[in-house]
Design a protein around this ligand. Structure first.
Ligand code: GAR
Length: 205
């Protein structure tokens, strides 16, 4: 499945997806990596392995919608069938979501609907939860609000800092994202309203 990935920073989730697809564990082909930031390390990682990259810095556009129109055109040119947000720190606007004729997935470092938005790990620590984790969800027009595909819990330890918690959640993310993408690609995901059912085999209940 022809897949685009949008990133803003480091790209460790992108690397986990690349490793899974190149290792034959995930039947996707990452054909394009885009970013809202020129200097995103994830773009260098993509270039190193020969994947076409492009930056779409918001400041080059009169408004966000123009940037998203460019993103969508680029995805159509690349015949994208699946879009994965992997640390993409901008919210995609409703126009983009409505016009995208492919599934859009996101990974978020909390057990949604708790702690959406920025600094999810800091929010979890400040709130004092004993368990946090990560969520892969379908992207809708809200902020981290789409139907949930998979979640993995991570214990919050008394001695945790934002960094140590983020590190352990990231380890879970690197397992969970390829697994969730694999379910979508194999057609084992059925959406009933907000609820996402995972089918045993393609098409069966
Ligand atoms: C990851 O923890 C991801 O869940 C988070 O940004 C980090 C990106 O790391 N995404 C969000 O917070 C989106 N709301 P990475 O660049 O190493 O994959």
């Amino acid at each position: 499945m022809r897949t685009a990935v949008l990133v803003s920073g480091r790209g460790s989730n992108l690397k986990a997806l690349l490793d899974a697809s190149r290792g034959g564990n995930l039947p996707i082909e990452i054909v394009a990596v885009g970013s809202d930031r020129l200097g995103a390390a994830a773009l260098d990682l993509s270039k190193e392995v020969g994947i076409p990259t492009r930056a779409f810095p918001i400041m080059n556009y009169p408004h966000r919608q123009a940037q998203e129109e460019d993103l969508l055109t680029w995805m159509r040119e690349n015949r994208v069938e699946l879009l994965l947000l992997a640390g993409y720190m901008k919210v995609l606007g409703p126009q983009f979501i409505r016009q995208a004729d492919f599934p859009v997935l996101n990974i978020h470092p909390s057990l949604l609907p708790a702690f959406p938005g920025l600094h999810a790990q800091r929010q979890a620590l400040e709130y004092g939860v004993k368990v946090s984790g990560c969520t892969v969800h379908l992207v809708d027009e809200g902020l981290d609000s789409g139907p949930i595909l998979l979640q993995e819990a991570v214990a919050v330890l008394p001695e945790d800092t934002e960094e140590s918690l983020a590190r352990r959640i990231l380890e879970a993310e690197h397992r969970l994202y390829p697994e969730a993408v694999g379910l979508v690609v194999s057609g084992r995901v059925k959406r009933v309203g907000r609820r996402v059912q995972i089918l045993q085999q393609e098409g069966s209940e």
